[in-house]
Each structure stands twice: as C-alpha cells, then as structure tokens.
Design a protein around this ligand. Structure first.
Ligand SMILES: [Zn+2]
Length: 280
C-alpha cells in the first residue's frame, strides 16, 4: 500500500543532526546563566522549579537533549516528529500556539521555549542512564564507536536493514530521512535483512559521514547539491525521477508508527537477493 507523501515529507523531522544543532544553540544561549524562571507544562513536573540554578551545559544524545544544571538536575527532552526548542528575548512574541508549549527555561537575557515536545522530564543528572541507557553509541557524540555499532547491527540479524538503521539501541540519532538516503547510496533495498548485508560496516560509516556533514543544522543535504529541491536522493520524492537513472522513486511503509515511510529507486536499489549477486 502506498501512502501519501504528506505523512512525513516536511523535511524538518528531527533527526540526530537537527537535535545536535539545537543543543549547540541552546548551550550558547543558556550555559553559565542563572535560570530566573522555569515552567514545565507536564503534569508530573508541573511543580518543579529550577529557578536560581545555573545551567552547566546542554548536550545532545541521539535524538534527546539534556539541559544540565549545577544543582545536578537534568531537563530531558525529545523532539519527536515536529517538536522544537525556540530561543527568544524578553518581550518577544513566541511562535506557534501557546497550547503547544511544553517547557520554558528563562534566563535574564534569553528564554528557551520547547514547543510540541514528545517528551519532557525533570530528573536527577545521576538518573540519566535510566532514561537514556538503552541508546547505542551516538552518531554525533563523543561515544561514537563504529565497531560497536556494527556489532549491534549484525546482532539484529533477522531484521530488515531499514528498521535496524533507525533502531536507537543500535545507534542513536538516525531517523527516517537518513535510512532512505543511506540505503540509496549503498545501493541496497531497505527491506533486505541484515544477515544478507555484504558490508555492514560500510553502511555504518556511510551513516556517520552523512550525518557529520549535516551536524550544523539547517536544510539536510545528502547529494552535494544544497539547492532547494536537489538536497536529497530519494526521501520525499515518490513518483519523481531518480537523479541517477530516471526511474520513478517508490515509497512504502516500513516499521511501526506514523511517518515510517521509506523511499527507494527500484533500479538503483535492487530488490532482495539481486543486490547480493551484483555485489558478489
Ligand atoms: Zn535510480
């Protein structure tokens, strides 16, 4: 069954690169500053108040963001499909609907506002592993370990490659856009099972290099052509001609949940089996 492109084709879905760039911006705005007001619009943390604490640092972890304070408290957030942290100055009008605001971290000069966050927690910094311990090495983090990620990928042997690539316990960061683009560049159909991969390490290295190129944020580019409409090989391009061979790009659902659309060029990414023969 083919699904409409509208499910996830906004191109701004938060993946590890977006999260990384967001954390850098938040760190620049908040680190070393005293929180003058906090507001957590999540029932469980509605009474939490971090005012008076100093923001120590803001760090990305896969698709998660941690704002750590000198009071050994961490504000953990996950952007989900379309969440975002906006930065404002006092008196600015905030973007979006006020109902969608989940968290506010205010300092004298800058105000960070979390809109549409999928998740927001306030916890002891020492408790972070309980929330994030399941994550594999972070593609853009200091803990990156290509050999370990390859081991985890191979261990998910019976699964389809497209599923395994966005499993955050294999590696933290990649989402829908990257799995389609990486599979295209590797010339494999994402429905191939991991066991049949000729070069799992090559796929892991490809993911790393593509995400590194985009860690600065902004529009995601995998093609070397940053012009609008030319940035991606297959993602979001159903029915349009492949940039290499001209065949119409196809899409299908892969994995659970909304927005799990995958894209392939049927010619450049031979169906299961053919890739192996072609690759020897
Ligand atoms: Zn093609």
């Amino acid at each position: 069954m083919l699904h409409g492109d509208s499910i996830s084709d906004d191109g701004v879905m938060a993946e590890g690169d977006t999260v990384f760039a967001t954390a850098v911006r938040l760190h620049e705005a908040l680190a070393g500053r005293i929180l003058t007001r906090t507001d957590f619009r999540v029932p469980r943390f509605a009474t939490a108040d971090l005012s008076g604490q100093v923001v120590r640092e803001v760090v990305p972890r896969g698709k998660h963001i941690l704002v750590r304070t000198d009071g050994e408290v961490s504000v953990h957030s996950h952007l989900g499909m379309d969440g975002a942290w906006g930065l404002y100055e006092p008196g600015d009008r905030w973007r979006g609907r006020s109902l969608e605001v989940r968290g506010v971290l205010e300092t004298e000069r800058r105000i960070a506002v979390g809109h549409r966050l999928r998740r927001l927690d306030v916890l002891r910094t020492s408790a972070e592993p309980a929330v994030l311990g399941h994550l594999g090495p972070d593609v853009l983090g200091p803990d990156w370990d290509a050999a370990e990620v390859t081991r985890r990928l191979i261990a998910s042997s019976g699964r389809e490659v497209g599923d395994a690539l966005i499993d955050q316990s294999v590696m933290a960061g990649p989402g829908n856009v990257y799995r389609s683009e990486v599979c295209f560049l590797a010339g494999i159909d994402p429905r191939l099972v991991v066991t049949d991969l000729a070069d799992p390490r090559g796929l892991v290295d490809l993911m790393k290099s593509l995400m590194e190129r985009n860690r600065g944020g902004g529009r995601r580019v995998t093609t070397d052509d940053p012009r609008r409409g030319y940035e991606l090989w297959v993602y979001g391009r159903r029915g349009r001609p492949c940039r290499r061979c001209g065949s119409p790009i196809r899409s299908f659902m892969q994995g659970d949940g909304a927005g799990r659309v995958a894209y392939v060029c049927p010619r450049c990414q031979p169906a299961v089996g053919a890739a192996l023969r072609a690759g020897g």
